[in-house]
Write a protein that binds this ligand. Structure first.
Ligand SMILES: Cc1cc2nc3c(=O)[nH]c(=O)nc-3n(C[C@H](O)[C@H](O)[C@H](O)COP(=O)(O)OP(=O)(O)OC[C@H]3O[C@@H](n4cnc5c(N)ncnc54)[C@H](O)[C@@H]3O)c2cc1C
Length: 374
């Protein structure tokens, strides 16, 4: 076989062999030698598998010989979106639990009141901020995952070749963002969930800690979030001179045009923040594209903050788009506007500093070798 990953083939190694007549045959020479003790995800046992202790296991080739990596990536792209959704799911559950606790737990009094009894902690601005942070980040991640799923569906089903091609490029661009941004958010939201519970968050009884532990694997498996960021910069941004990024930025700019034209006072700052973020994302993308050719290590040093910048900008625009749609179609449009506004003013607003980290931060990383090795 060719050296390296080009020589990998994919095999199915069953626990039991199957007889010629289809009945269950002998036990194959494969078994679990130990169950890992993990930080979380305890409902899903992870084992060390051993093959060949008794002479050799029988495996069946799946697909073509030496095409194992390609076969694995067929699964991987779907799985990456699946893990992104896992981040959203954990975040949603952590939020629901934190909200219920904040409505129930009494501590302190609402600012400006002098009653003898305590109020539920949800009245405190800092607790409200944590809950809004949890809810808006979860909503943004969910929107990005849905947009990725739509792109995958269109790429598989569209009959028009041009539409199909564009959807394939869009799905490829969004997949690492859906995976890494959503799972980072799963971790952050689960951590905030512990915080909303105060001391009880540290006690297993409330369940808040379990979300925190379970979320941790999502930014590691199916390709670590660092690898997703590198994929975004080198393969997705790098493809066709950044064409898929420019066409997405144009669409997002159309959303921001409509936010600006809405003349809704609740949207005034939102429009400014989103426009600034789009400008930051455009500048950071152009800088990275140039560095990919001239100084790839500088581009790689900025990959993770770039993915965060991308997710924060994209998520902000998508929440604003949902709020614009809600304004015309649903009675309780205020909650969509509130979420979009909070996200733009508290999360998307960080885009300009992320841009600075991408563009100015590489020297501090790449020049640090001596310190790191000392
Ligand atoms: C509970 C659990 C379940 C799992 N389930 C499965 C499964 O079902 N199927 C499966 O195939 N795998 C599974 N895995 C494996 C999982 O996908 C890998 O652990 C994960 O992809 C990271 O690879 P690694 O552990 O080899 O880390 P490493 O590759 O050793 O990475 C270590 C660190 O170095 C960074 N790094 C590595 N290479 C680079 C690079 N080139 N540039 C920049 N940074 C780099 C990583 O981002 C990470 O921070 C599972 C793992 C766990 C813990």
């Amino acid at each position: 076989a060719p050296a390296g990953t080009r020589g990998i083939s994919l095999f199915l190694v069953p626990k039991f062999l199957v007889n010629a007549d289809g009945s269950l045959g002998a036990r194959n020479d494969i078994g679990a030698s130990g169950i890992e003790h993990k930080l979380g995800m305890h409902a899903s046992p992870t084992c060390t598998m051993v093959m060949g202790d008794a002479g050799g296991a029988i495996g069946y080739l799946v697909g073509e010989e030496n095409r194992g990596m390609a076969c694995m990536f067929t699964m991987m792209n779907q799985a990456r979106l699946g893990v992104g959704i896992e981040g959203v799911g954990i975040a949603e559950r952590a939020y629901q639990q934190a909200l219920a606790y904040a409505q129930d737990r009494k501590q302190g009094r609402a600012p400006g009141t002098k009653s003898d009894t305590s109020d539920a902690i949800i009245v405190h601005p800092d607790v409200k901020r944590m809950l809004l942070q949890m809810r808006s980040m979860t909503a943004a991640a969910r929107s990005i995952c849905y947009a990725t799923a739509v792109a995958i569906d269109v790429s598989e089903r569209a009959e028009n070749a041009e539409i199909q091609g564009k959807a394939t490029a869009r799905a490829a661009l969004l997949t690492p963002i859906a995976k890494a941004f959503s799972t980072d958010i799963g971790n952050e939201v689960a951590s905030l969930g512990v915080q909303v519970h105060g001391g009880m968050g540290f006690i297993e009884e409330t369940g808040a800690a379990q979300h925190f532990r379970d979320a941790r694997i999502t930014s590691i498996y199916e390709g670590t979030n660092g690898i997703q960021s590198i994929d975004l910069v080198t393969r997705k941004l790098g493809a066709n001179g950044g064409e898929s990024v420019w066409s997405l930025l144009e669409e997002l700019s159309g959303i921001v045009d409509r936010v600006e034209a809405s003349n809704d006072p609740a949207f005034r700052t939102t429009g400014i923040r989103l426009r600034d973020a789009l400008d930051s994302l455009g500048r950071a993308s152009r800088w990275l594209l140039e560095k990919l050719g001239s100084a790839p290590n500088d581009a790689l040093a900025g990959a993770t903050p770039y993915l965060r910048l991308f997710g924060s900008t994209l998520g902000g625009c998508m929440l604003a788009n949902e709020a614009l749609a809600a304004k015309d179609q649903v009675d309780d449009d205020k909650r969509y506007i509130t979420l979009a506004r909070f996200f733009a003013e508290n999360v998307t607003v960080q885009s300009s500093s992320l841009e600075r980290t991408v563009i100015d931060g590489a020297d501090a990383v790449n020049g640090a070798d001596a310190i790191l090795l000392a």
